[in-house]
Ligand binder design. Structure first.
Ligand SMILES: Cc1ncc(COP(=O)(O)O)c(C=O)c1O
Length: 432
């Protein structure tokens, strides 16, 4: 495949925009950041005319595929009536009511614009309602790019401290180092160490925040009993359990991972997947805590929160996903499971040590794992170079996936897409 126009545009972009990209994570593309001009359903076209089956899906938000018509129609209908009012409108009530009817922990909900904002609000709320300052979080989890969030996502092991009690490490230059005083870091999937952390920080932990599936590192599922154990420990120690469902929300099941695993957190955050690709996020949870936003003791604000077209998109997306008892999402899971099974089978046939972890709509592929991947440190045992080769070979065959191993599947993917993808996988895997 040729990417000449993309290259030229990227060079031009770099003159007026740092790195030629408007989000640092987009740098990961090879051979250089790409430029696209059209997306439709499960397919995307770049400026060089290359067509891809898209399993990046904007890194999650396009759960309904590119440009889902009912969502666009709802937005278009609203556009003529105004964009923002700095006041309330009925669509946001309808969206809140629908949201609360679908998400188990959601007795109340507040909308905002990005996942980082929502998780920021959740941690603030946990601190406010408990009167404590510390947040327990897990190595290898991503909760956003703000100063209090971007810790120990991908720490270098020579600086990360012991597995049992990793030292807080900021992920970027310029981050406020004082945040470290209020963080307790532990490996995921190890309840004993979480219990110990509560004992070592008596009456100090305001909340435990976790991705319920470790989508950002290895697609790792919780061990049986782990989420339930977190629930019990938080209850026993007076801390709030916060699920970061920015990826898993609406994607793992209609009610998120909390419904899938039947563990109800005190607070949960949502973003990608809830508004058909429009920038909407949510913090939801129990009334007794959420009410602190309502009585203004805890600030949650945002000029762009719940703007009318975005609420129209949110409501339309939730209506699509919940119609016919969630038929669209079931279809997406079905397509995803066929892909997961097909990739495993292709590995078996080609004699390659391939590992596929996750659920149908979001899963992770790796090669030559050194040991069972259950947390951040064990995830480092995968063969990243082998996956890079696979990833590039797939890109050359018109299959677009996230660099590093993550695959997102949408309701728009078809059995034909799956077949075409598995044909490409069968060829690409031989090059690993
Ligand atoms: C689990 C999780 N939480 C929070 C965020 C931050 O969301 P946003 O990029 O919308 O700020 C992300 C983004 O990838 C995420 O995956």
């Amino acid at each position: 495949m040729k990417f000449e126009k993309s290259k030229q545009l990227w060079e031009r972009a770099s003159k007026t925009c740092p790195g030629g990209i408007h989000s640092n994570v987009r740098k990961a593309w090879q051979p250089h950041p790409m430029f696209y001009e059209r997306g439709e359903g499960s397919h995307i076209w770049d400026v060089d005319g290359n067509e891809f089956i898209d399993y990046v899906l904007a890194r999650g938000p396009l759960l309904l595929g590119h440009s889902p018509k009912p969502v666009l129609d709802a937005v278009k209908a609203q556009l003529d009536r105004g964009l923002m009012y700095a006041g309330q409108h009925e669509l946001e009530i309808q969206a809140s009511e629908k949201f609360c009817s679908l998400v188990p922990c959601a007795e109340m909900v507040r909308f905002s614009g990005s996942g980082s904002e929502a998780t920021h609000a959740a941690m603030r709320l946990a601190r406010a309602v408990t009167g404590r300052t510390k947040i327990l979080r897990f190595e290898g989890h991503y909760h956003g790019w703000f100063d209090n969030q971007m810790w120990n996502f991908a720490p270098p092991l020579d600086k990360a401290g012991p597995r049992e009690a990793p030292v807080p490490l900021p992920a970027t230059a310029g981050q406020n180092p004082n945040e470290a005083d209020h963080l307790v870091i532990r490996p995921w999937n190890d309840l004993t160490l979480v219990e110990e952390a509560f004992r070592q920080n008596p009456g100090q932990i305001a909340g435990v925040i976790t991705e319920p599936v470790m989508c950002n590192t290895g697609g790792i599922l919780p061990k049986p009993g782990f989420l339930e154990g977190l629930r019990d420990l938080c209850t026993a120690h007076g801390a709030l359990l916060i699920f970061d469902e920015v990826i898993t929300g609406f994607r793992v099941s209609l009610g998120g991972a909390q419904q899938y695993f039947r563990v109800t957190p005190d607070l949960a955050t949502f973003a990608k997947g809830m508004a058909g690709g429009f920038p909407v996020s949510a913090i939801a949870g129990k009334r007794q805590y959420m009410q602190a936003f309502g009585d203004l003791t805890v600030t949650h604000a945002g000029t762009y929160n719940s703007s009318a077209p975005y609420m129209a998109a949110t409501l339309a997306a939730m209506n699509m996903l919940s119609a016919d008892d969630g038929a669209l999402l079931k279809h997406a899971h079905d397509m995803g499971r066929q892909l997961m099974d097909g990739i495993r089978e292709a590995g078996r046939r080609a004699g390659k040590d391939v590992h596929v972890r996750g659920v149908g709509t979001v899963f992770h592929v790796s090669f030559n794992d050194k040991e069972e991947i259950v947390d951040y440190r064990t995830s480092l045992g995968k063969d990243a170079a082998a996956y890079d080769r696979f990833w590039l070979a797939l890109q050359d065959r018109g299959i677009r996936t996230v660099p590093g191993g993550l695959w997102f599947v949408s309701t728009a993917h078809t059995p034909q897409d799956v077949q075409q993808t598995l044909d490409a996988v069968a060829e690409a895997i031989k090059l690993v």
